[in-house]
Write a protein that binds this ligand. Structure first.
Ligand code: TYD
Length: 209
């Protein structure tokens, strides 16, 4: 079985961390070696950068915001994702470059072509085999996220920003329907999990043959 790279994307409060853990457990039960990681973070540098990016007391303009996410991504790709794929593991990453396109591109208004060029350099052109987009209305997602804790710097951005982010994710999914699986994140978590698991299992068997 060659290494496989699966990413989860979506607006705030979509339930990505629950779903990544459920998928990890199910694939491990099925005998796969799984590496679960997340962005921003996943490396010592990434965790430092994450602290800055999410700090609500820090003002960060759109360009440095994107460059910081990219710095975390470059380190994570080199140190964690590429070695795990080379070791024939199934890598599950909670957010990857589609988040930069949606948040910093569609949300903040940075040029998408520029973002793609820097991302190419940061990742060595690595692309996920499968991307699961957990989609939901941002108002509902922000309410869900607010139940978990105080809003971080990104969550504090206004609703219009989060609506652009959601629309951006949906447009990205439309451009690449063969890579994206779009799932309605308002459904019951177990129903969502089974839907994702059957799609991922199908992709894994297709890749193994
Ligand atoms: P996190 O607490 O991981 O949020 P979530 O549970 O929603 O993933 O915080 C990550 C935040 O950073 C989230 O608001 C999305 C944002 N983000 C970007 O704006 N650009 C990016 O490239 C990435 C990876 C995340």
């Amino acid at each position: 079985m060659p290494g496989v790279f699966i990413t989860f994307e979506g607006p705030e409060g979509a339930g990505k961390s629950t779903q990544t853990k459920l998928l990890q457990a199910a694939l491990e039960r099925a005998g796969y070696a799984v590496e679960l990681t997340r962005e921003p973070g996943g490396t010592p540098l990434g965790d430092v950068v994450r602290g800055a990016l999410l700090n609500p007391d820090l003002e960060i303009a759109a360009l440095p915001e994107f460059l910081l996410f990219s710095a975390s991504r470059a380190q994570l790709t080199k140190d964690v994702i590429v070695p795990a794929i080379a070791g024939n593991r199934v890598v599950i990453c909670d957010r990857f470059f589609d988040s930069s396109l949606a948040y910093q591109g569609y949300g903040r208004g940075l040029n998408l072509e520029f973002l793609r060029e820097v991302t190419w350099e940061a990742t060595g052109g690595l692309r996920p085999h499968v991307t699961i987009l957990l989609d939901l209305e941002p108002k509902l997602g922000l309410q869900r996220a607010a139940r978990v804790g105080a809003p971080d710097r990104l969550e504090q951005a206004d609703l219009a920003f989060h609506q652009k982010v959601r629309a951006g994710f949906l447009e990205l999914a439309q451009f690449e329907p063969e890579r994206f699986l779009v799932v309605d994140a308002t459904q019951d978590p177990q129903v969502i999990h089974e839907h994702i698991l059957s799609a991922v299992t199908g992709s894994l068997s297709a890749m193994a043959t």
